[in-house]
Ligand binder design. Structure first.
Ligand code: TUI
Length: 316
């Protein structure tokens, strides 16, 4: 069984971090990931601070292992969620969709481990200087808000640009992806889409089913013209959105049309009017399993691949 700097940093058994998914990173999934040896992450999204606090309490009822909170920096409640995290003495914070620089000193002073999710070398270097502990480097294969560079190209460039540990994200759902991330110089992986199709994830069964039916070209990155591209599965909503974009709709109209639709898909199971967030790796996900099985299989597959690579290349 291998350990990496990410395992030591967060006191976890396996270098597997759960993506901080809004509405789906709840105590059920978070505690299952942490209990299975990874790092579960509560997805604060645009939720009210009281909801985040409740999720922290619920998670503590279900696990005594470390877990984190993902703060969506675009949320109107971002600052208040930081306060909740400090009051509740949460061990780890990941952030998304922005520069968490202003919050870093406060979190670090309180002993919180900070790991921003980002999509560029420049921001990784800036945040290393701010004193963050590690970064999650997210390629454009990922579900949700994305940058412009693939995991394959971005991860090694960030690894070479900073000294702190890197976690690879985007396009990873099994042991092969884990080994690939390590081969690119990352010390761990972040997993989103695969965990949506776990037994513990509270996503609506129709949402999970839609991911199981996906193939490699089922996702689209819509909203390029708004400056906030979002990868999700194609449906009536994304087709309407694309029509509006083609017709030259304003940024404001597009953003208000697309706003707050995650809940509809993820929880209500409205697959036509909701945003069905998933990464390009959705096509690889073929079954719904307990989190522990997903993680155990990922680790044993990775170990078999590493052993196989050694056997094929060291003597030849
Ligand atoms: O954040 C995510 N994934 C998300 S956030 C989200 S909610 C949302 N809704 C509408 C528009 C935008 C977001 C759904 N999925 N992943 C982490 C991530 N962060 N990917 C890319 C980035 C990122 C992008 C630009 C981080 C920083 C950044 O730079 C900002 C700056 O100020 O330099």
């Amino acid at each position: 069984m291998f350990k990496t700097a990410i395992c030591d940093l967060f006191s976890i058994k396996y270098p597997i971090i759960q993506g901080g998914m809004a509405h789906l990173g709840t105590s059920e999934l978070v505690s299952a990931v942490s209990n299975a040896g990874g790092l579960g992450i509560i997805g604060a999204g645009n939720s009210e601070p009281a909801w985040v606090r409740q999720q922290i309490h619920n998670t503590r009822q279900l696990t005594d292992k470390p877990f984190g909170v993902n703060i969506l920096l675009l949320s109107p409640f971002a600052e208040q969620v930081v306060e909740v995290v400090l009051e509740e003495r949460v061990a780890v914070v990941t952030t998304g969709a922005g520069n968490p620089g202003p919050y870093v000193p406060k979190l670090k002073e309180a002993g919180v481990k900070v790991m921003p999710v980002l999509a560029s070398v420049a921001l990784a270097q800036r945040l290393e200087r701010f004193g963050v502990d590690a970064v999650v480097v997210e390629g454009m294969e990922s579900g949700g808000h994305i940058g412009e560079v693939t995991t394959m190209a971005l991860v090694p460039q960030v690894v070479d640009g900073i000294q702190i540990p890197v976690v690879a994200a985007g396009g990873i759902a099994d042991g092969r992806g884990l080994v690939a991330g390590l081969a690119l110089g990352a010390q761990g992986v972040q997993i989103g889409t695969r965990f949506v199709c776990s037994q513990e994830c509270i996503a609506h069964p129709r949402y999970k089913e839609k991911i199981l039916q996906a193939h490699e070209r089922s996702t689209v990155a819509s909203g390029q013209s708004t400056g906030h591209p979002l990868r999700c599965l194609q449906n009536r909503l994304t087709r309407q959105f694309q029509k509006m974009e083609k017709a030259g709709a304003s940024k404001e109209d597009l953003e208000s049309f697309g706003r707050n639709r995650y809940y509809q898909a993820a929880i209500d199971g409205n697959l036509e009017d909701g945003t069905i967030i998933a990464g390009q790796i959705a096509g690889l996900v073929k079954d719904i399993k307990p989190v522990r099985v997903i993680i155990d299989e990922m680790m044993s597959e990775a170990e078999a691949i590493i052993a196989g690579l050694k056997n094929s290349y060291t003597d030849g």
